[in-house]
Design a protein around this ligand. Structure first.
Ligand code: SF4
Ligand code: SF4
Length: 165
């Protein structure tokens, strides 16, 4: 299924999602990388050893969620835009998602944007709370979503602006 659609199945996602206890502790990475390709900047970028060193360049990333601080540094290193940080503890009703964003122009802090699922379908309208411009790497956008959408929303679309690279 993943090979045909590019969209991971629930079984794929279960393998990379932290358990409820870890999610409840605060920000944590989710690495949605499922295809063995010669690529490893995620493991090199994590200074906390949370993404285990690769034995082979084609390995899939293996995450030690207890070592992850949720810093988000690895997000901008991933050419596959496959890394997210989820903070289920942001508030009573909202989770914070840090996601990679390659389009221009960037949204502004405080701007409302469309939230998209993994298939690129609009599922909500959400608020941008932080924009991190990363020199020579992928920018990081932080958005707030209803808690029940934290495992659904994986990208954004900026309203009324042409999405250009
Ligand atoms: S979010 Fe930070 S600590 Fe967690 S895996 Fe990425 S770089 Fe490492
Ligand atoms: S950098 Fe991204 S695409 Fe490359 S192995 Fe890591 S998660 Fe996968």
């Amino acid at each position: 299924m993943l090979e045909r659609t590019g969209i991971p199945t629930e079984d794929d996602l279960k393998k990379v999602t932290p358990d409820k206890e870890r999610l409840a502790k605060g920000p944590v990475v989710i690495v949605e990388c499922f295809q063995k390709i010669p690529c490893n900047p995620c493991a090199i970028s994590c200074k906390f050893g949370a993404i285990k060193p690769f034995e082979d360049i084609n390995d899939l990333p293996q995450v030690d969620f207890d070592k992850c601080t949720g810093c988000g540094i690895c997000i901008s290193s991933c050419p596959g835009l496959a890394i997210f940080v989820i903070d289920e503890n942001y508030s009573d009703k909202e989770a914070l998602i840090k996601l990679p964003y390659e389009m221009l122009p960037l949204p502004q802090k405080g701007e409302e944007v469309y939230a998209l699922d993994r298939a690129g379908e609009v599922v909500d309208k959400v608020k941008v709370v932080k924009v991190q411009k990363i020199k020579n790497k992928t920018n990081i956008i932080s958005i707030l979503v209803p808690k029940n959408m934290s495992m659904t929303v994986r990208s954004i679309k900026v309203e009324g602006k042409k999405n250009e690279r």
